[in-house]
Every structure is written in structure tokens, then in C-alpha cells.
Design a protein around this ligand. Structure first.
Ligand SMILES: *Cc1c(COP(=O)(O)O)cnc(C)c1O
Length: 385
């Protein structure tokens, strides 16, 4: 595909998208159909039944794959459905190594669903590559990482980890939801599978739930398509249309998310009521050098704690915002705030949570693309309460 050589901004708009052959429609139509007429028995235009393949979904799958620099892409009904599909590549007895600072829903699917089917999970700190090497054994099949991590904004060195997974013949899957392909492309750093909650930045407008997987490994791709078709957690045509529309402004939105994120990170850090701000753009962030090396920008996600670490003070602050909305989720144009300990990470036992740094007053901010002065003003007025 010649369009693969285009710059990111051009690919975000054009990759995989061609005017509709029957009408010339510039925007990909929503093929809201379950089935496709066959000219003769078994002879059709490449589409037989919409679970197996749908033209709107196919265009989106190719479009996101182009952004992640992969040959193959597959869209699912949610991010966790995409994670579910990756784990179905495994068999009972297989082992997975992952981080101890993980999206709450990933932790939940690992420990409450797949552990039951005989898959063992090791939760480790990935910042020390030696710990990863020591945890690998004959049964290890998959390494699952997120970077930046949710909500502590730790950075995992993808190039260093992929060296180890390749040496040991393991699959490396990366949840790229926080960074998006605009800021980082894990496949180029040696990962085998990239996963997204397209619900977040790819969709970008908080109006659709969707998941995505991409790979360059033909065998893995075949198996993923088999799982997608056989277990049926597909993305619908209307949702595919919405994410296709969202993608076209991904580069513009990410620029502003990064800019506003940086401004708020410094603003919060200098505020006397704030204890600590977690944001990989700070020079004294423990993995700043790696973030700088593997990411094009530091993104729009950050988290912070309040002096005194009181759950009541954290709740009070979050309920006092006027522009920033108290809600789960992230990556939309509007700023959202959430309390990991009681919201996104409630699935984690308190002990696990605190080990990972998710203390009572930790607040996570998904910085939107509003005017920065209104965001600062909102935080200031809320903190005075
Ligand atoms: C939201 C999220 C998921 C899960 O995606 P859904 O679309 O909500 O199913 C997985 N990983 C990360 C990092 C997320 O933020």
C-alpha cells in the first residue's frame, strides 16, 4: 500500500479509505447489513456474513493498522474483548508475565476469567528487566505491558523488553491506549501485538466503546481473525464509522492533549496543596529518559496526590470541578477526572493497590482539549474549596 509511506497526519485521514466504489461517497458508508447477496452459490464480492467481515469495519481495521505500522488489524466490541481475544491465543498451563500497575479491567479479566481456565499470571515491576528475565520459565508464552501505565504513569522500556521476549520466543503484547500510535508505535520497538481501547483517544469523543488489535505476524493474525469470527466480539458498523471519523483528527487532538497535559502538570506541581504529580514529561520522572526516547510527546494523562492523602478531600475536590467532569474513561475531547481507588481500580484489592502506589488521594486526570486557562481556573477554584 503506497499510502503506508505517508506521514502520520496524512495516514490518519486517508489510509485504508477510498471513495465508495458504488456511489463515490467520500466518507465510508455505514454498511448496516447482516448479510450480502451472492451471485452464485458461494460466489460473492468478498463479504458473506457481517460477523466474519463488514465493509465499514474492514476500512477501520486497515486504517488503524496503517497508523500502528502493521499489516493486520481487527476491531472488537470493546477494549476488554480485544484483550480476551489475545488471551485466547493461549492454552491451559501457559503463563503470562505482566505489570503490577495495570488497567483495572485487565487485572480483572486475567484473575477472574482466565486464571479459572488454567492460565497463570505473574504481576511484576517491569522497570527492572532482570526481574522479567528471572520470572520467565518454560511455560511462559506472553508478556503483557502497558506504557504509560494506568494510573501511575510509569514507563516501560519497550525496546529493552522486546529484546528479552524475542530471545525467549515469547509474544509481547502492548496496550497502547494511553499513548496512541501518534505518540508511540510498539511494533517498531519489537512488540508482536498492539492492543487499544479505541473507546479512548482513537474514537476521541466519548461516544463509542471499541477495542482493536494489530500485528505483523501472519500466523498470529490468522489466529486472531479466527477468534474474532468464532467468538463474535466484533465492532458494529455504526461504531466503526464513528471511530473512523475520530481517527481523522487524532494528530490534531493529541498535539493539544500533550500541550494542555504539560501545562497542567507544571501548574499542579507548583500548587501548595498538591503532594506529588505523576507525569512522564518531568525531568525527574524515574523513566523520563525512556519516555523521551520511545514517545513523540508525553500525552494528556496525569495523576496526582493531595497533601494529607485523605479520601474525603480527594472526593470533595473532584466534586467541585465545573469544567472538568467526574467520570470514568479518558481520551475524549473533554477533560475527565476520576478516583482510581474507588472507581477504575476498585477491582484491585487494597493491598495490591497501595503496593502499586494507588493511594487514597490519588486523582487521575484525562486532560482534554479545552482552553488551558479555563482548565487552570477550574482547578484553582476547586482547590480553594
Ligand atoms: C479503557 C481501557 C481498557 C479497556 O477498554 P474498554 O474499551 O473499556 O473495554 C484497556 N486498557 C486501558 C489502558 C484502558 O484505558
Amino acid at each position: 500500500m503506497a499510502e503506508r509511506s505517508y506521514k502520520f497526519d496524512t495516514k490518519a485521514i486517508h489510509a485504508g479509505v477510498n471513495p465508495d466504489p458504488t456511489t463515490g461517497a467520500v466518507m465510508t458508508p455505514i454498511y448496516q447489513t447482516t448479510t450480502f447477496a451472492q451471485e452464485k452459490v458461494g460466489e460473492h464480492k468478498g463479504f458473506a456474513y457481517a460477523r466474519s467481515s463488514n465493509p465499514t469495519r474492514n476500512v477501520l481495521e486497515n486504517a488503524i493498522a496503517a497508523l500502528e505500522n502493521t499489516k493486520y488489524g481487527a476491531c472488537f466490541g470493546s477494549g476488554v474483548a480485544a484483550i480476551d481475544a489475545v488471551l485466547k491465543l493461549l492454552s491451559p498451563g501457559d503463563e503470562v508475565i505482566t505489570t503490577d500497575d495495570l488497567y483495572g479491567g485487565s487485572y480483572r479479566i486475567f484473575t477472574t476469567i482466565f486464571a479459572k481456565y488454567g492460565i497463570k499470571f505473574h504481576f511484576i515491576k517491569m522497570k527492572d528487566v532482570k526481574v522479567l528475565e528471572q520470572t520467565i520459565n518454560k511455560k511462559t508464552k506472553l508478556v503483557w505491558v502497558e506504557t504509560p501505565t494506568n494510573p501511575m504513569m510509569n514507563i516501560v522500556d519497550l525496546a529493552a523488553i522486546s529484546k528479552i521476549t524475542q530471545k525467549n520466543n515469547l509474544l509481547l503484547a502492548v496496550d497502547n491506549t494511553f499513548a496512541t500510535p501518534y505518540l508511540q508505535t510498539p511494533i517498531d520497538l519489537g512488540a508482536d501485538i498492539v492492543m487499544h481501547s479505541a473507546t479512548k483517544y482513537l474514537g476521541g469523543h466519548s461516544d463509542v466503546v471499541m477495542g482493536f488489535l494489530a500485528t505483523n505476524n501472519e500466523e498470529v493474525a490468522k489466529e486472531i481473525y479466527h477468534i474474532q469470527n468464532t467468538t463474535g466480539a466484533i465492532a458494529g458498523p455504526m461504531d466503526s464509522f464513528l471511530v473512523l471519523r475520530g481517527l481523522k483528527t487524532l494528530h490534531l487532538r493529541m498535539e493539544r492533549h500533550c500541550e494542555n497535559g504539560a501545562q497542567l502538570a507544571y501548574f499542579l506541581r507548583n500548587h501548595p496543596q498538591i503532594e506529588k504529580v505523576h507525569w512522564p514529561g518531568f525531568k525527574d520522572h524515574p523513566n523520563h529518559a525512556i519516555a523521551k526516547k520511545q514517545m513523540k510527546g508525553f500525552g494528556g494523562m496525569l495523576s496526582f496526590t493531595l497533601k494529607g492523602d485523605s479520601i474525603q478531600a480527594a472526593h470533595k475536590l473532584m466534586e467541585s470541578f465545573k469544567v472538568i467532569t467526574l467520570a470514568e474513561s479518558l481520551g475524549g475531547v473533554e477533560s475527565l477526572v476520576c478516583h482510581p481507588a474507588t472507581m477504575t481500580h476498585a477491582a484491585l484489592p487494597k493491598e495490591e493497590r497501595e503496593k502499586a502506589g494507588i493511594t487514597d488521594s490519588l486523582i487521575r486526570l484525562s486532560v482534554g482539549v479545552e482552553h488551558i486557562e479555563d482548565l487552570k481556573q477550574d482547578i484553582m477554584q476547586a482547590l480553594t474549596k
